[in-house]
Ligand binder design. Structure first.
Ligand SMILES: [Ca+2]
Ligand SMILES: [Ca+2]
Ligand SMILES: [Ca+2]
Length: 226
């Protein structure tokens, strides 16, 4: 397994380092050996703030389907975010500013032809989000549907996006599929199509994946559990 997939199972500390820096930071910092003087009458620290607590959503390492390539996606802090299904600026959000939403779970599919690919995400309750079912009772929402050259005037017509923006998306297994719609030559004339898919959970990129999909093919890309 490569670096990105392994990154999904790193500790929270390591992951926070990844996000803070945009890449893995090696540190040689060691505990200081200097004597520390403690004041006996030090003031009592204030209590932690109540309400608006940050909820950390964590996911297990995704299970990736056979034939799917795990992308060693690079990112650069401060880089311009491009609408490409990748987190270009390392902030844990995919394609922010492109007109579709991020959240505690975000799954973004992008492809490089005029084909009409469709993203399917099944939530732990068994409800599947897609272009034909854009809102799930779990809070999931498909907010970017795209049809390639079958709808050439649409903005970002080769990107689809699903997200959950509540603090606590349902626990359980999420399954991600992609289908190449073959109902018209406006889609199938593009032939085999290279696609990229990224998954973010709790503000961390779980992984990015690529696959060359053929007309009428449906493939499980990955599953993950929170
Ligand atoms: Ca980003
Ligand atoms: Ca991007
Ligand atoms: Ca589509």
């Amino acid at each position: 397994m490569n670096r990105v997939l392994n990154g999904a199972v790193m500790t929270a500390t390591t992951l926070s380092m990844l996000v803070a820096s945009g890449c893995v930071v090696r540190t040689n910092a060691r505990p200081a050996r200097a004597t520390v003087r403690v004041r006996a009458n030090a003031p009592t620290p204030p209590p932690p703030p109540s309400g608006n607590a940050t909820v950390t959503v964590q996911a297990s390492s995704p299970q990736v389907a056979s034939g799917v390539t795990v992308v060693e996606a690079s990112c650069t802090q401060g880089a311009q975010e491009v609408c490409n299904g990748l987190d270009d600026n390392c902030n844990g959000q995919i394609d922010e500013g492109c007109g579709y939403q991020s959240g505690n779970i975000q799954i973004t599919l992008a492809w490089n032809s005029g084909a009409d690919l469709d993203l399917y995400v099944r939530d732990p309750g068994g409800e599947t989000l897609s272009y034909s079912h854009t809102r799930a009772s779990s809070g999931g929402h498909l907010d970017q549907d795209a049809r390639g050259q079958c709808n050439p005037n649409q903005a970002n017509n080769t990107i689809e996006n699903v997200y959950w923006d509540q603090q606590n998306p349902p626990n359980g297994v999420y399954n991600v599929q992609v289908h190449y719609w073959a109902g018209s030559s406006c889609s199938t004339s593009s032939g085999p199509t290279n696609m990229t898919l990224s998954i973010a959970v709790g503000g961390q990129i779980l992984g990015s994946y690529s696959y060359v999909i053929n007309p009428d093919q449906r493939i499980d890309i990955a599953s993950f559990q929170i």
